[in-house]
Structure formats: structure tokens, C-alpha cells
Design a protein around this ligand. Structure first.
Ligand SMILES: [Zn+2]
Ligand SMILES: [Zn+2]
Length: 183
């Protein structure tokens, strides 16, 4: 399903603040990297520095790291996300594919519709990623699987036409009945 289409230029410009936050408050691993860099005399810069935000599945078999900021942040109410995850809605952070590295293990893939692959841990089942063949330069990562998921608050709700009746709309987020290009 074509559910995370986006106006990446627009979203990127909206995200400057949150990206900076991510850069400034580094993760533990980034702190270690910083300490290593400091001890080796390599100056760390905030511009172009690795954003090292990490996450992984419930059992620890799969770990990932993203660098660079997300190009979109959405909360998706589509049935495909719901049934794939077993959750009433799914929050996604979209990154450039080159900015996502699998540090340990790799997701198994479930083709949920033609050209769409959903990655999950083959051991514990955590839903981790979404890729679409027609948009291979991007990969969506489930925001909730980050070690610090609070950094990746959604900016918009999409596919609200399929939202469960007992889920309230977040009035502070843009609402889209379909993909982010709708409504
Ligand atoms: Zn796992
Ligand atoms: Zn969805």
C-alpha cells in the first residue's frame, strides 16, 4: 500500500529542530564514540556528525543505527500496518536507505502487497521496517523500536479513514485520510 508517500522537501524543512535535538543529545553509543574521538584527538562537529540513534527488536537479535535525520514522521492507521504489527496504529520514521545500518542481525521480510516488504525479527516478531520497491532510496523504521522513541514524534497522522473508532485523533497533528499527499 502506498501509505507513506511524502513531500520530503517540506517535511525535511519542518524537521530541522528535531534533527538538531537528536544531534545534540547523543545516544550512549555516540557518547562512547565522542569519547573515543576526543581521546584520539579527532574533533567532533555537529554539522555532518553521525547522529547515531539506535534501536532494535524485543529479543535483541536485531539492532540498527540510523544516521542523518528522518525525512518524514507519521502515525499510520492503515489496516496493513495494523495487522502486520498487531497494534492499533504504527508510527514510522522515514530515513534515506543509506542512513540505516543493521548492526546485528537483519530483519526477515514479509511481502505484504506487491512491491512492499515489511521487515520483522524472525525470532521475536518485532515489526521493524517497511520498504517499497518504487521508493528504494528510503526505508521506514518503526519509531517505537528506537532506544529513545520520544525523539521521533509523528508530525502527521495518515490513513485516518481507516483509524479504529476507539482511537482519538491527536489534534496537534496534521490529519490525512489517505497518504500524506491526501487532504
Ligand atoms: Zn527479536
Ligand atoms: Zn500503514
Amino acid at each position: 500500500m502506498n501509505f507513506v508517500t511524502m513531500d520530503s522537501m517540506l517535511v525535511s524543512s519542518m524537521l530541522v529542530g528535531s534533527i538538531s535535538t537528536c544531534v545534540m543529545s547523543a545516544t550512549a553509543s555516540a557518547n562512547r564514540a565522542s569519547a573515543t574521538a576526543a581521546s584520539s584527538g579527532t574533533a567532533m562537529t555537529t554539522t555532518g556528525a553521525a547522529v547515531a540513534c539506535e534501536g532494535g527488536c524485543a529479543c535483541g537479535a536485531i539492532r540498527y543505527r540510523v544516521t542523518g535525520g528522518p525525512t518524514a514522521l507519521v502515525l499510520c492507521h492503515c489496516r496493513d500496518c495494523r495487522i502486520a504489527s498487531g497494534a492499533p496504529a504504527l508510527a514510522w520514521a522515514v530515513f534515506r536507505t543509506d542512513d540505516v545500518a543493521w548492526l546485528h542481525g537483519e530483519p526477515r521480510q514479509f511481502v505484504s502487497s506487491p512491491g512492499v516488504s515489511r521487515g520483522f525479527c524472525g525470532r521475536c516478531g518485532t515489526t521493524l521496517s517497511y520498504r517499497r520497491d518504487t521508493r528504494a532510496d528510503c526505508i521506514d523504521v518503526t519509531s517505537a523500536t528506537f532506544d529513545e522513541p520520544g525523539r521521533f514524534a509523528p508530525l502527521r497522522e495518515i490513513w485516518t479513514a481507516q483509524r479504529l473508532p476507539w482511537i482519538s485523533a491527536n489534534a496537534s497533528l496534521a490529519q490525512h485520510p489517505g497518504s500524506s499527499k491526501s487532504g
